[in-house]
Design a protein around this ligand. Structure first.
Ligand SMILES: Nc1ncnc2c1ncn2[C@@H]1O[C@H](COP(=O)(O)OP(=O)(O)OP(=O)(O)O)[C@@H](O)[C@H]1O
Length: 897
């Protein structure tokens, strides 16, 4: 497994900053922190300690136990570990915090401060209890007073620019501050929050990630509805709005309509404004959403009404939100106070222009919204910063916080570790990839910081801006005239101290207070997102090139106990038999030989050219069936053609016999006879009833056959398991045949009788619990045989000719598959659906990462956009294969009963 951590080097003295190093750790699953700690210390330049007992690592203020396995909390992707001392910046939640103050807008937005103590001062000074980096805020601007009963009052500390409380000037005498009321100081807006939202459940996967359940269903609120038109008179508050209001503002919405119509209207406007603020969450709410993770994390799938709509700041806006800016004669009380100023990125992208520091703060706030509200499977992010006018180191530093965002992971086969373009070559590569994506499966937001770096990149960006690629550019420049032409909207940072925004585009707004967040805030948010994974398999990605069956089966550390536990959970009948083969683009790829919904006759035909991966697919299928069912209920008969292709499976306890038909014609003849006898025997035994029905009846009465145990079934083929145990309920039998076409060749001495027996299995076997899985290298020879006719599950791996592919899966696409991806193919299911898939491997050597000593290497953000170093499959040259490992565990599980 690989995970990314950050190690903080101890400070050189009190008050000195701690230096941080991001590292990539590669280690076998289950490696304890103690086995890594010396290497982690070495990565930050602390040498000397030879033993882990001298290296102490902390997560926040807590020391991490050396026995904690890597990949388990707190050692998750994105974790920040401090060496030798607790993290001096650790933000432990103070016990007994009475209230939470959130900075909901402005140039230093996003802060979430748990209030404790009696008096809390807000101001620009670093001495303030809540410091705000806002030039319009006085050094000590205002103070909050917490009473013992939890109520809060606020008063101005004689600030230069004054304070507004819900739009009204705040005096120096204390006034009550209810939760949700907006305090405006300088260009910043702060509010007291109500009770924190319920965190979503997460499940650690042991590999450094936390699986998050699916997002809550989106609010039923088509864009542009409800809050945009105030009710003419204040009716009773709709229940949805009331709950929004009380959740947002933390105070009870009015229940009785006030008599005064002007007051009614004002209340209606307040409700609309609150609903809009909830709809487009402020930076503080986003941070909490990521840290929770909160209920709104990844709520916006592509069909969500607010997908790709971003908030840039807040302004008092007219109620006609869909229309133009406030008419000059609009009465101030007709405006919705401090509502989000939003832009639809899908309407031609967005340009942002202004002084660099603030510009980056605004861009960070924008990416935070996109990545907290949109799931990585529904939105990709590409970040390009290749403008030669800025030093490469500076560019990398400006965007290094984003390396933790899961939306930057390449999921469409892009040749890089992360979707960064931090030099002209990387930028060109990213833009070319976007242009070349023939059928983009989801939207991409492309952030381009300054000039994209080269003429070719500029041309590519211009083409993307012309549309048609599901790519939505967000371009940053110091001045509006440096932005590329063709953007749908432009926001220009204005004001003496660059804290305001003027938006040009379909919905122009002047004098908005912009939202900007600090790099430290953005990094905290991105780190919180780093370990999170959607629970559903990440869809819309490309089909992977290499897969390990044991990983797909969640048996990366395979033990007899895990297998026994699986078998113990099986139903008491043999109603199902399914084999996991690999993955499609969206899901696992499974072949079902039996289940309650399928007719009884299920057989499989696999075809493909030489080296396409047929034999490996058969081995994967056999191993997968073995994991899924106990050996006393499922037996395998393996018939290999030329060569020992299936012999590697001989150690599976389910294998009754392995036959090398070409090498042993006599045994082939006996096997053919035994197979026909088996069919006859079952027909007599079942008396017309299908296997599953008969078995269900018998299972209660019969003594279950003892597992076939650990006896390897190598050497000359024994009769199938079921034949040998004629008096016991026969297990389901799967006959796996490689090189079926060879059996049909005229020169094959054993071929004809065996082919006849297989034809009988194809015709009569399925109902009797005997299934056939046959592989053919020459579909033109096997077409029209009983085996071909009976196969409802059909697979074409790479074929030499379109016609072969057509014979197998009735589409010719398999002929276009490249040589370089053995195991890639098309599966035609009984319902006629054809899916591209990749077969998982079972005879790979155990990956090096499973056995090697852990490695810790420093991460360089500037290199993350380059192709990862390609190594041949990292396997132990002469170590055991996954199949050997699995077979041994299966034998022990079978032996333990
Ligand atoms: N699913 C897979 N993933 C990765 N590599 C694979 C996969 N399947 C096969 N290979 C690689 O391709 C090579 C050929 O595979 P295999 O022997 O299964 O092909 P085949 O179609 O049976 O070939 P032949 O017809 O010559 O017997 C294997 O040695 C293996 O290295």
């Amino acid at each position: 497994m690989q995970i990314r951590l950050t190690v903080l080097r101890p400070r050189t003295g009190p008050g000195a900053p701690a230096t941080a190093t991001d590292v990539l750790v590669t280690a076998p699953v289950g490696t304890a922190l103690g086995a890594l700690s010396v290497a982690l210390a070495g990565a930050v330049g602390v040498r000397g300690p030879r033993s882990a007992t001298h290296v102490h690592l902390y997560a926040g203020s807590e020391r991490i136990d050396d026995r904690t396995p890597l990949g388990h909390p707190p050692l998750l992707d994105g974790a920040l570990l401090s060496l030798g001392e607790p993290d001096p910046q650790a933000q432990a939640a103070p016990a007994g915090a009475a209230a939470e103050l959130r900075v909901v807008g402005g140039p230093d937005a996003g802060g979430v401060h748990r209030l404790h103590g009696r008096q809390i001062r807000l101001g620009r000074s670093s001495e303030a209890d809540v410091p705000l980096d806002d030039p319009d805020v006085s050094r000590m601007h205002l103070a909050l007073q917490l009473a013992a009963d939890g109520s809060v009052t606020v008063h101005d500390l004689g600030s230069t620019n004054g304070t507004l409380l819900d739009g009204r000037p705040l005096a120096e005498e204390p006034q009550p501050l209810p939760p949700g009321a907006l305090l405006r100081l300088g260009e910043s807006t702060v509010a007291l929050a109500a009770a924190p939202e319920q965190a979503r459940a997460t499940t650690p996967d042991g590999l450094g990630h936390l699986q998050v359940g699916p997002p809550a269903p989106p609010a039923v609120r088509p864009a542009g509805q409800a809050e945009e038109q105030p009710p003419p008179a204040a009716p009773s508050t709709p229940s949805r709005t009331r709950s929004l209001l009380s959740r947002t503002l933390g105070r009870t919405a009015p229940t009785a309509a006030p008599a005064d119509p002007a007051l009614q209207l004002q209340r209606a406007r307040e409700r609309q404004a609150a609903a809009l603020r909830e709809r487009f969450p402020d930076p503080a709410a986003l941070l909490l959403g990521a840290l929770g993770p909160g209920p709104r994390l990844w709520e916006r799938l592509p069909a969500h009404p607010d997908a790709l709509v971003v908030r840039l700041g807040t302004a008092d806006l007219p109620t006609r939100l869909g229309g133009a800016a406030a008419a000059p004669d609009e009465a101030p009380e007709a405006l919705l106070p401090a509502v989000p100023v939003t832009v639809e990125l899908a309407a031609g992208g967005l340009g942002l222009a202004g002084p660099r520091e603030r510009l980056l703060g605004l861009a960070r706030a924008l990416l935070a919204q996109l990545t907290v509200l949109h799931p990585p499977s529904g939105l990709s992010l590409v970040v390009i910063s290749a403008d030669g006018r800025a030093a490469a180191e500076q560019r990398a530093e400006d965007w290094s916080w984003a390396l933790w965002l899961p939306h930057l992971r390449p999921t469409r086969g892009q040749d890089c570790r992360l979707l960064f373009g931090l030099d002209p070559a990387q930028a060109e590569q990213r833009l070319t990839e976007l242009l070349a994506d023939p059928e983009p499966v989801g939207p991409t937001v492309l952030l381009v910081d300054g000039d994209p770096g080269s003429a070719a990149a500029r041309e590519a960006l211009a083409r993307l801006l012309r549309g048609g690629h599901a790519v939505h550019p967000v371009c940053l420049a110091e001045a509006p005239d440096q932005l590329p032409p063709g953007l749908g909207a432009t926001a220009v940072i204005t004001g003496e101290v660059a804290t305001q925004l003027s938006l040009r585009g379909p919905r122009p707004v002047e004098g908005a207070a912009l939202d900007a967040v600090s790099p430290a805030w953005a990094e905290r948010l991105a780190r919180a997102l780093a370990p999170l994974r959607e629970t559903a398999p990440v869809s819309r990605g490309p089909i992977p090139e290499a897969l390990r069956l044991l990983d797909l089966l969640e048996l990366d550390t395979v033990t007899p106990a895990k297998l026994s536990a699986r078998w113990a959970g099986l139903p008491s009948t043999t109603g199902t038999a399914s084999a996991l083969l690999g993955t499609t683009r969206d899901d696992l790829c499974t072949v079902e030989l039996a289940n309650a919904e399928l007719p009884e006759q299920q057989h499989v035909l696999v075809g493909g050219a030489r080296g396409a991966g047929k034999s490996e697919l058969l081995r994967t299928l056999a191993a997968s069936l073995a994991v899924g069912e106990r050996p006393d209920r499922l037996s395998l008969l393996l018939i290999g053609g030329a060569g020992p292709s299936l012999a590697a499976c001989a150690e599976l306890p389910h294998v009754g016999a392995v036959l090398d038909a070409a090498a042993d014609p006599r045994q082939a003849l006996l096997t053919a006879e035994a197979l026909l006898d088996e069919l006859t025997h079952r027909e007599e035994l079942f008396r017309g009833r299908p296997f599953a029905a008969w078995y269900a009846e018998q299972a209660l009465r019969s003594t279950v056959v003892a597992p076939r145990g650990a006896t390897p079934a190598t050497g000359p083929a024994a009769p199938p398991a079921a034949v040998a145990t004629a008096t016991a309920p026969p297990p389901r039998l799967v006959v796996v045949v490689d090189d079926y076409d060879e059996l049909l060749a005229p020169q094959s001495p054993a071929g004809r009788p065996l082919a006849r027996a297989l034809a009988a299995v194809a015709q009569r076997g399925g109902r009797l619990g005997v299934h056939l899985v046959a592989a053919t290298g020459r579909p033109e020879l096997t077409v029209g045989t009983e085996v071909d006719n009976a196969a409802q599950w059909r697979i074409a791996l790479r074929t030499d000719h379109p016609g072969d592919s057509d014979l197998l899966v009735h589409v010719d696409d398999a002929a276009a598959l490249p040589d370089s991806t053995p195991g890639r193919g098309y599966l035609r299911r009984p319902d006629g659906a054809v899916l591209a898939f990749q077969t998982a491997r079972i005879t790979g050597r155990i990956p090096r990462t499973a056995t090697l000593r852990p490695t810790v290497v420093a991460l360089d953000p500037a290199q993350l956009g380059t192709p990862p170093t390609r190594r041949p499959v990292r396997e132990l040259g002469n170590g055991p294969t996954d199949l050997a490992l699995l077979a041994s565990a299966l034998q022990r599980a079978a032996a333990s009963g």
